[in-house]
Design a protein around this ligand. Structure first.
Ligand code: NAD
Length: 269
């Protein structure tokens, strides 16, 4: 069995977007613990990004922080250029940056629709394109794959979500973006996959898990009986980026404590 401390990603470089907090920070640290050097992308939270860098360095890895808006093509190009300048290659992309702008259907503004699609879907697309271009430039390195891409989807890529149609549409789109890109790129030995987290305690849903009544209601949707922790997703990402997952291509891995198991039907005997 592979120990969590084993540095099976040594000599590999990872770009993690939205890594100043939550799942992005957990992915960055999990990759760093396996020896990867990490480009820590952030949007506005420089202190959070500095904390991620510190945690990666404490794990014995190299890391640097870089501000960029993933929905901006020039910003994404600059992020990858800086990573290659600093560490020479990119072997792993975790396209994690995402946000919610919630509203009832007819109250949802075009601006908030576009923002969420722009970051969650277009942002992942732009980062994936840059990653693939870089994988091709550098050729085969320390892995069985030319490059590995992991997109952060959500259980709401399949579970409809009233009051969050922009978010659900972005994640549903992301899943087919991943599968279609995987189908196109697999022959080049580029592995494109996604993780679909359930409810994980981060800033994005703090209003829910910090309120005991809402937390009780949420727990009913989680057969495993607890809310997820960012490390649950970081560990999945580290494994998915490794050669242990070399035959995983175009897959969305659900990590959700059973949320996608229709728990509402448990007592419907
Ligand atoms: P979070 O708010 O802590 O992290 C989101 C990160 O994305 C933040 O660091 C934010 O600054 C960054 N970001 C936002 N807009 C950006 C932009 N334009 N450019 C670059 N970065 C930007 O929340 P989180 O829960 O860690 O979310 C991370 C990802 O996980 C998101 O894609 C989210 O949709 C997904 N997800 C989260 C959960 C959950 O329960 N927490 C469940 C399913 C999926």
């Amino acid at each position: 069995m592979t120990e969590a401390s084993e540095r099976y990603l040594a000599d590999q470089v990872a770009v993690v977007t939205g890594a100043s907090s939550g799942l992005g920070q957990a992915c960055a640290v999990a990759l760093a613990r396996r020896g990867a050097s990490v480009a820590v992308n952030y949007h506005h939270d420089a202190d959070g990004a500095a904390q991620t860098v510190r945690r990666c360095e404490e794990a014995g890895a190299r890391a640097f922080a870089f501000q960029a808006d993933v929905s901006d093509e020039d910003g994404v190009k600059a992020l990858f250029a800086e990573t290659v300048d600093t560490y020479a290659t990119v072997d792993i992309l975790v396209a994690n940056a995402g946000l919610q702008k919630d509203a009832r259907f007819t109250d949802l503004t075009l601006k908030d629709w576009n923002t969420v699609i722009g970051v969650n879907l277009t942002g992942a697309f732009l980062c994936m394109q840059e990653a693939v271009r870089q994988f091709r430039r550098q050729g085969m390195r320390h892995s069985r794959a030319l490059g590995k891409i992991i997109a952060m989807s959500s259980v709401h890529d399949v579970i409809p979500w009233a009051g969050h149609v922009n978010y659900a549409a972005s994640k549903g789109g992301l899943s087919l973006l991943v599968k279609s890109a995987a189908q196109e790129l697999a022959e080049e030995k580029i592995r494109v996959n996604a993780i679909a987290p359930g409810a994980i305690a981060t800033a994005i849903n703090k209003s829910v898990w910090s309120d005991p009544a809402q937390m009780e209601a949420l727990k009913k949707l989680m057969p495993y009986g607890r809310i997820g922790q960012p490390e649950d997703i970081g560990e999945a990402a580290a494994w998915m980026a490794s050669d242990m997952a070399d035959y995983m291509v175009g897959h969305t891995m659900v990590v959700d404590g059973g949320m996608e198991l229709y728990p509402e039907f448990r007592d419907n005997g």
